[in-house]
Ligand binder design. Sequence first.
Ligand code: SPV
Ligand code: MG
Length: 546
Amino acid sequence: MKSRVFRRLVKKNPSVLLGGAHDALSAKLIEEAGYDAVWASSFGISAASYCLPDANVLTMTEALDAVKAINEAVSIPVIADADNGYGNAHNVIRMVREYERAGIAGISIEDNPFPKKCSLYPGERPQLVETNEMAGRIHAATSTRRNPDFFVIARTEALIAGLGMEEALERAAAYEEAGADAILIHSTKLTPVEIAEFGRRWKGKIPLVAVPTKYPDVTIAQLRKMNIRVVIFANQALRAAVTAMRETLAEMKKVQSLGSVSKKITPLSEIFKLVGQPGMEENDKKFVTGFKKRPSAVIVAAGFEKNLWPLTADRPKGALEIRGKTILERQVEMLKKCGIGRIAVVTGYKRERMPRLPDVVTYTNPKWKETHILHSLFLAEREMEGPFLFLYGDVLVDEVVIEKLLKSKNDVTLVVDRLPAKDPSLDRSTKLQRDWVSLRKNGAEGEEIASIGHHLESSKSHGEFAGLALFSKRGAKALREEYRRALKRSPSARFQNAASVRTAQFTDLLQQLLKRVKVHALCVRGGWLEIDSFEDYQKAWQTVEN
Ligand code: SPV
Ligand code: MG
């Protein structure tokens, strides 16, 4: 938390330097320049955001909006100049709640009355509030904060108001007693003479803060010797910006062209960088253009795997770890890498042990024992209204395979591992329970599925379904309709290789679908791994990367 960072800085560093920001961009430049923290200046915010005097003309919420923008733009702590707390202790209570909630590291409250006038302005100013009233504001602030690190600076204007050194010291002591974390001792003398005396005579335990606007020649090291631990360069960035803007505007007008100034001012590319434009492209790919084009994904991982007992005794297969990451985590990571934004997983067996992953929608099949993959898949039917990618819960796939599949323009495409026709090294007999596929040529469009399922003779099949399929919107619609039709016919009647639709495999529905829709094959050799046995699991450990 930024408040803790700031508190540590003040505790550990001999000097802490704050740069005064008037908006988010100036705050960013302060961070870039290596300052420890940002001072969200009331003088700067009033001037830059509204071109108004620093005199409580802005409401607390207007100031807070500006401070929020400043805080969002930087990773270093922001101390908000909260003027006089916008009123009495009641105002301070609300203000502290709001500022703390916004993640601001701390605030400074001064003993000016409400409304105030900036300490730097010439002319008469109203008297400071009584010491007790200011101490009450500080006590209200420290009692309201929920986070004990939220930093509360008490600022006294006693020297500027002409109340003298004794009064300044007394006030500061009273504010420390009320719970302040630091004292800002402000002076408008043209040398740090008052600051030096105050620092020398300060007997309190909390650190001192100074704003050397009026005695600009003093160095941080000199201030440190005067017992000043925190230094605020409050308004120089704003004034530099005004100088630069004036000069630039005048020159362009004078020469009636941009030519001469264009070369002198910050290049556009620098501004692009400052506002984070380069990151937009990645987000575009992830969430805007890419997101629209990419289908959603449904991972069906509800079943129990007896082949992997006892590894699966207390967890579903998707929760098995391979080199520090579960199978499900690996699948989700890969899908996200391929730009799939919406991922759903259907759980069932030991669902409470399935890792809960951010951005992954979970469906549950409580009847996982009596049903099978198809039933589980259709519990996530809502995910299949548009194009979607189907994935078995125990299949790990290489990025290249998914990317290739996502390029498919067909309504239904299955990834098929093409087996060489006569490969003597291949023991097909051990793969009896696999999703065998027979293929047929489909002219220029490649190969399509002629038949799929456990029923096929492995020796006569051309390959194996890799557990990964892509459906276009039309393909998904056809699949859903086919499922409805099957249920309507009779949910308990035999369905392809299954005793009923409830106990059917995904491949049973695909076999049925073949009658109406062309199902294309994306043929690969390897690039995927189904974890069905101990050997598969071992192989996964050997082959996956960390
Ligand atoms: C500010 O920057 O708004 C300050 C410092 O409060 S000063 O302007 O010196 O009062
Ligand atoms: Mg101010």
